[in-house]
Design a binder for this molecule. Sequence first.
Ligand code: ADP
Length: 188
Amino acid sequence: MRLILFGPPGAGKGTQANNIADKYATAHISTGDMLRAAVKNGTELGELAKSYMDKGELVPDSVVIGIIKDRIKESDAQKGFMLDGFPRTVGQAEALTQMLESEGVSIDAVVSIEVVDSEIIDRILERQKIEGREDDTEEVVKNRLKVYRDQTEPLKSYYDNQGVLKEVDGMGSIEEVFGRIDKVLQGI
Ligand code: ADP
């Protein structure tokens, strides 16, 4: 199964990705986690990424596409994978399509977790208190949300045109939302 987990910041992608990975034993590939690891390790790539992440801007396509290209070649991703936080622009989606085409495979489903803006801001500010993620301040969150609506949400029609978009209501408890996602995954 090749899956994209899609949705605004704070939609619960990371949490649901863990639930899916547990049940379906699929490789969980999160560009956000990979970039944060690079920042923590103080690599050149991390330094570059940090300057964008701190502002809630997207890291340049060339950087994230390169990371994903290497990552999906790894052995644990051969049978399938779940992408969390990638693609985020049309350029990234097109690059992904090409990468997969050259392997003769394609995306089976794009699960889009739908959550309204007011709920997103509340959830992220709550998370900031617990996890203290540097890009979870109100100003940066609002920018991440704007970037999502402007640059990332248009990808829904890209995948809808390919017939793989599955929208899931992201309001409710973690279990309720996972139940809805699970139902979608059983059907593909
Ligand atoms: P969230 O979905 O909560 O915004 P992520 O952990 O997915 O958080 O991403 C955090 C930040 O990492 C983003 O705001 C962006 O700066 C950077 N990032 C992650 N994935 C990508 C991507 N595919 N393209 C560009 N930037 C990315």
